[in-house]
Ligand binder design. Structure first.
Ligand code: GCU
Length: 336
């Protein structure tokens, strides 16, 4: 009996083993039949995968694969895996990285015209901002870095930035003596100084620890970034003064772009444009939900009188009078 059982068992094992081999061979064969990508574009950025801007880029990458039938692929590396925004922009210039998504704030160090987005209270509201971004001024700015190796593909909505901190802020006077983390951007530094705070540039990925350890007393950002970065765990006051509307920008290395065939350039740009529409929809929802979520987590959301904040940055506006940025300010104000 035992001998028969052993015999049956042995055969079962052999059969199982054979079927596993068959499945493996078949799937290997299938894989080979799938189109191998001819072009793989690496895209690095600093945001979390729960962030609506990351989700929009995933959408864009899916559209690229679909439209090219797998011949072109965009690989996304979130959470600062490939470097800070400044490092990523530099990598694009050298052609080491194909694409990055960055705030327009650090772009100003490479494309000086981008300083315009750092002018506090430049846009009347989100509608005004998007009219400008989609119009001739926005289009020109998108391509302004082309000769420096940085070709903008689109803007993504990044809402308005507001202060969050460990103590209550109701007016610029409350910022006095507070160390506020800013992006790698002269305009952000100028703004915080004008408001009376002490600006400290720190990369986004290092900010949680910097806040936690008291290296800085606060920072500023939009609700989805405040939430997905978990900075709300450390900063219990969020003051919606909405000082800047710095859009995010998706950039491709000019060198990489120029090597793409016209067909691939078109596929990529179409996929990007579609992702913008998708992103704007999910942004509005995320902004409201994330604000609610941080409130439920114990954050006090403050709605201050914005006028004192506006008044405090008048010197930043005045400084640019008669310059290229000053002229751009006027043109933007005229957009209805
Ligand atoms: C926003 C923006 C990021 C940027 C971050 C920051 O979240 O989307 O691109 O890195 O602000 O404050 O550094």
């Amino acid at each position: 009996m035992t001998i028969i059982n052993n015999y049956v068992m042995k055969n079962k094992v052999i059969l199982l083993w054979l079927s596993v081999c068959l499945i493996l061979t078949a799937s290997a064969g299938c894989k080979k039949r799938e189109a191998e990508p001819q072009v793989v574009l690496k895209l690095g950025h600093v945001l979390d995968i729960a962030h609506p801007v990351h989700k929009a880029m995933v959408y864009m990458a899916d559209r690229v694969s679909e439209k090219s039938a797998g011949r072109m692929k965009v690989e996304i590396y979130p959470n600062e895996q490939l470097g800070t925004e400044k490092e990523s922009i530099e990598a694009l210039q050298l052609g080491y990285m194909a694409m990055t998504k960055t705030s327009t704030a650090p772009m100003e160090g490479f494309v000086p015209q981008m300083k315009i987005f750092g002018i506090p209270y430049l846009f009347r509201d989100s509608e005004h901002c998007w009219k400008v971004l989609k119009g001739p001024i926005g289009k020109e700015l998108l391509l302004a870095g082309q000769s420096k190796g940085l070709r903008g593909l689109c803007y993504y909505d990044a809402g308005a930035r507001s202060f969050y901190s460990k103590k209550e802020v109701h007016s610029p006077a409350d910022l006095k003596g507070m160390k506020i983390r800013v992006q790698n951007s002269i305009m952000s530094i100028k703004m915080v100084i004008a408001m009376g705070g002490s600006p400290t540039p720190i990369p986004f990925g290092e900010l949680y620890t910097a806040l936690d350890q008291g290296v800085v007393d606060g920072a500023e950002n939009n609700p989805p970034s405040f939430y997905t970065s978990r900075h709300y765990e450390v900063c219990k006051y969020y003051t919606l003064d909405e000082h800047t509307m710095l859009p995010d920008i998706l950039v491709i290395s000019t060198r990489v772009w120029n090597k793409l065939s016209p067909e691939f350039q078109q596929i990529l740009q179409e996929a990007v444009d579609e992702s913008v529409e998708y992103q704007r929809k999910i942004w509005a929802e995320a902004e409201q939900n994330d604000l609610k979520t941080v409130e439920q987590a114990g954050v006090k959301v403050i709605h201050p009188d914005k006028q004192p904040f506006r008044d405090s940055v008048k010197s930043v506006w005045d400084e640019f009078e008669g310059t290229e940025i000053g002229n751009l300010i006027k043109q933007i104000q005229e957009v209805q």
